[in-house]
Write a protein that binds this ligand. Sequence first.
Ligand SMILES: [Zn+2]
Ligand SMILES: [Zn+2]
Length: 244
Amino acid sequence: MNFSTLAALVMNRFPSQCAVCRSWPSAPVCHACLTRFGQPDKRCRTCALKLPTDSPHTQCSRCWHEPFGLDACFAALPYAFPWSEVVSRYKFDSQTGWATFMASTLLGQSAVQDFLSQLTPDDWLLPLPLSTERLAWRGFNQAWVLTHALQRQSTCRATADASLLLRIRHTRPQSELKRSARLDNLKGAFAVEPLRANELKGRRVVLVDDVMTSGASLLTAASVLRQAGATHVSALVLTRTAPT
Ligand SMILES: [Zn+2]
Ligand SMILES: [Zn+2]
């Protein structure tokens, strides 16, 4: 049993404080906080931006006018209090046990369950990769730990792999850049492992990440995957920022 599996077991089998309201004993996030902050939002089916609850549309106006570059995109939670703090603990304090909670929150959406259940072992579940430098600094790829948890906690038959899509160039954190500079920052950042490019031909790919802001990273990676022959590229993210 590796560390992240053990940490996940400890976080979910033993009582603890709710990470949001500090009630005790509790699940990692108590029922009351989940009810208050974790209600699923109606979201655009291709970019996962929040839509008005009463919207008759399945896409936002931006995706309606201009294709977004993802065939589908699912987000479980808004990137706002308290979830931004949960992501921060997971990512920056190495609390990898949160992956179990994150995966169950995503899998709690029937649309995500239905989507994943259609995949076959020929399809891919790929974490958004980190550069070697960032991986060395953080010690783990938070998207890969989340991908593992998703596969462990669902009946998804797609093949999870962390070495098919590569991040070959270290870039400035996207959060430091304005929206217009984000795509430029990522030019040449992703590549498919050259000896395995044929494994993407005609396949469906689902990219996994913890936070989606402008979507520039996912779109750049999706473009590289399509150039290698992937026919459908979609994304599952835990949190999505609000429209800007
Ligand atoms: Zn609570
Ligand atoms: Zn959209």
